[in-house]
Design a protein around this ligand. Structure first.
Ligand SMILES: [Fe+2]
Length: 315
């Protein structure tokens, strides 16, 4: 069951690569597919606004606790992040409390230890990689015009105690959050609303600042609130701010993410604007002038190419 509040607007774009679209008999519900996608909704909203999909991963063996424990042990330590789960929506990332447990203990006791954990880049395990790629191929098969030049396919598994909060933040990737077990409430905010998210904040974020943002209580009335149950999935357009709260059961979610030609370009443009602002300029906001965006992007590419040539010559 999904409840929506607030107004949704068209903002940014996104993209993907896989089997030829002609090979898919229909874009709607294909037997054997892992995702259930409404083609019309996808066409109108992909990369521009949030929308809900269905999935068939709720009984998948890769999300059983024993298998997730095995995965957590096999991943490099840097790919296993966890902390206390009772965070503020406005959490200062430098003051995030630890939970005092090991990663294995955290998974073992997740129902009672009030914690939040993410297993990052689960594609490092071939089984999770296969599952991630299957899901993303189904997304690409929708043939959306923005779904070109997909790269950086990455998967994340979130394991959370009842009541755990993910603070208010933005992400640079196109994301579909697939709810596998338990229920989650997602408050998602329009990424084009500059009263919520300024150009300067975006420039700092794309240039390396922490993803957590300052949340003010008067923002909440602008949220679209989605109640995700097992079998639901939610599309997050790039840099749409959001925060998440788990309901009263343990939650497991599979986040399937990717970047595209369009998102890589956007990344470059915000970097360039950050640089220009640092030099005392007031850069034209990304997306407001096609010509200026084009000039900045191509200037960046030329500078980078020259830099790489000079670097190669000096070695
Ligand atoms: Fe996120």
């Amino acid at each position: 069951m999904i409840r929506k509040e607030g107004k949704q607007k068209v903002t940014s774009s996104a993209t993907l690569e896989c089997p030829p679209i002609e090979s898919t008999p229909s874009r709607a519900s294909i037997p054997g597919n892992l995702l259930r996608i409404d083609p019309e909704v996808f066409d109108s909203s992909f990369g521009r606004g949030p929308f809900v999909v269905g999935h068939r991963l709720t009984s998948h063996h890769l999300f059983e606790f024993a298998r997730l424990l095995e995965l957590a042990k096999a991943l490099p330590p840097a790919s296993v992040e966890y902390n206390a789960g009772n965070l503020a929506v406005n959490q200062d990332p430098n003051l995030t409390p630890r939970n005092g447990l090991s990663a294995e203990e955290t998974i073992d006791r997740i129902a009672h230890c009030n914690s939040w954990m993410v297993l990052k880049n689960v594609e490092q395990d071939v089984n999770y990689r296969d599952l991630l790629f299957r899901c993303l191929c189904e997304i690409e098969a929708q043939g959306h015009p923005y779904a070109r030049g997909v790269c950086h396919r990455e998967g994340f598994v979130f394991i959370s105690s009842p009541g755990a909060v993910t603070p208010y933040h933005v992400d640079t990737e196109c994301n579909f959050l697939l709810q596998v077990a338990g229920k989650k409430q997602v408050s998602l905010f329009d990424g084009s609303d500059r009263s919520l998210l300024s150009e300067e904040e975006l420039e700092r974020f794309y240039s390396g600042a922490h993803r957590n943002l300052v949340f003010k209580d008067n923002y909440q009335h602008k949220a679209s609130v989605f109640e995700l149950r097992p079998g639901d999935g939610l599309h997050f357009p790039v840099t749409w701010p959001h925060w998440v709260k788990v309901h009263d059961e343990v939650s497991i979610s599979f986040s399937i993410t990717f970047r595209t030609r369009a998102t890589e370009r956007r990344d470059v443009l915000y970097h360039v604007n950050h640089y220009l602002r640092g030099k005392g300029w007031t850069p034209t906001p990304v997306g407001s002038s096609r010509l200026r965006d084009c000039l900045k992007y191509n200037a960046y590419r030329v500078v980078r190419r020259v830099h790489n040539l000079l670097k190669r010559d000096s070695t």
